[in-house]
Design a protein around this ligand. Sequence first.
Ligand code: BES
Ligand code: ZN
Length: 621
Amino acid sequence: MAQIASLSAGAALLLATACAPNAPKMATKKDVHTFAQPDQARVHHLNLALDVDFDAKQLRGVALWNVTAEANADTLILDTDRLSVQSVRVNGETTAYVLGAPDAILGTPLRIALPKHGPEDTLRVEVAYQTHPEAGALQWLSAEQTNGKTHPFLFTQSQAILARTWIPCQDGPGIRFTYNATVQVPSHLMAVMSAENPQTKTADGTYSFRMPQAIPSYLMALAVGDLAFAPLSERTGVYAEPSFLSACANEFVDVEKMVQAAESLYGPYAWGRYDLLVLPASFPFGGMENPRLTFATPTIVAGDRSLVSLVAHELAHSWSGNLVTNATWNDFWLNEGFTVYFENRIMEAVYGKEYADMLATLSHRELLETVDEFMQSAPNDTKLAIDLTGRNPDDGVTAIAYEKGFHFLLLIEKTVGRPRWDAFLNGYFEQNGFGTVTTEQFEKRITTELLSDEEAAQINLDEWIHGTGLPKNCPEPTATRFDRVDALAKEFKANGTNATLTAAWAEWSTHERLRLLQSIEGAPADALRALDAALRLTETTNAELAAQWLQTAAKARLQTPELAAATRSFLVRVGRRKFLTPTYEALLKNGQAELARSIYREARPGYHAVARGTLDALLNE
Ligand code: BES
Ligand code: ZN
């Protein structure tokens, strides 16, 4: 039911007519995942004041927006989701507002009556509100769920459309704003945001932030916990819980080199500092590119720096995504496909071509598997230009956007050669900086500025962007370092384990090991048991290898008490969805549904809402 508050008859009329069509100032692509109508009234700057209440699992405060509106626009529409709004004031005056009927995916539009104004006037719209304890963006962790086990922790995850669960905002990637914030937290904790950050705790738990570069709402981020900071270079550093900080600083020694490599590829880093925040293990993603402060899972801190390509990925988003942003979530491949490509270039620059080739080859296998699977179940979801109308944008977070997008860009690179491609990309980032790009704009730009007609035809742009499946001309990356792995995998599948394999394993990098574990899926259970005994796979502390081994073992129906215990402890401790979904799936499909459900019952309370959403559907709880 629509909720109506303090509405005068005049204001009601204003609000009722607010949807009347008005000619938009410029043709912007419709964003189907926001109620906002930025062509009518749009936000420019946010002043946020929040109190963080761990007992109530609630943020309480005021969002004060600077807004401009067309002269004839009488309503500002903000997105909200389960927020309770206490009051709204415009230019200091209490104002009428309506919370519309909630939509299961999009939440609730907040319509605010605007007074008469000129098109240049800045209106100050002040919303006093509090969040719901189950707000989708917020994960409130007990001390038990942290590394140090002594203090609670809070982090946000706003992408794709969860910012509206903690800030009333125009929640679309095409609407940018700057912000200031004041955040009050318990005095022994530190607060950090996607903004200029403190490096030490304050005495009173009050933190002030300034974000002078305009960002879309999905990059709004806050974390609160027992944090400490360690510098990595003049302009890079890492935040983590004190007990974990030195391990993190050691893992990320190469971050400055990565920033320099990225800058020499695609232009200056636009955001001042680049810091990382290593979160507790329940963080549902590998990483999140919050500007100035990448949020990262602790599962990349392997001890041997072998999983730092994730940092290259999140860093690359400082250009592809944060600087040049997908106009809508239907254009998500522009954010992620470009970022996987850019990640690979950074890794090549810092660690060499052999290393980057291994990453590309792993990506290629994942692409083939995803396309195969989706062509059976949901062929339209194999399109780069996906239509997510009526769906959760989370449905678009698949290997299609990432790996198909990456391979498409690899093909363009191969077709025109790196010098022309890199020059094009430099212009793309420079000219679209702090703006958005639609798939259609990208198509137009690439055909007018980069590709000849012959090249465009050779690539078959239209099939790549709008077609299903995988075009025949998809590049097939190979890695010389995988030749040996693949040969040994083949032999293992035929004859079981041997001394050559165990000796090779000892020398291999994490990526060669991953390749082996993937390639021996389908080997007989007995052979895998022997391999486990030789290589102590069940005991591995590398999260990527652990997840892959648990899946390979489950698919082979290998069942031992040690494996069951290791699977349980991994799935209870780690909340990264990329590991959870395939591991639960492997158990479910291979005769261990009981175990999967029993583990899920234990683990579920510790998972983020984003992971619970996916897994509830899978395990139909
Ligand atoms: N921006 C994404 C994470 C994301 C996407 C969150 C869509 C919510 C909605 C981030 O950059 C990402 O891609 N993370 C990957 C890292 C990997 C590809 C290196 C992840 O979390 O696994
Ligand atoms: Zn990404």
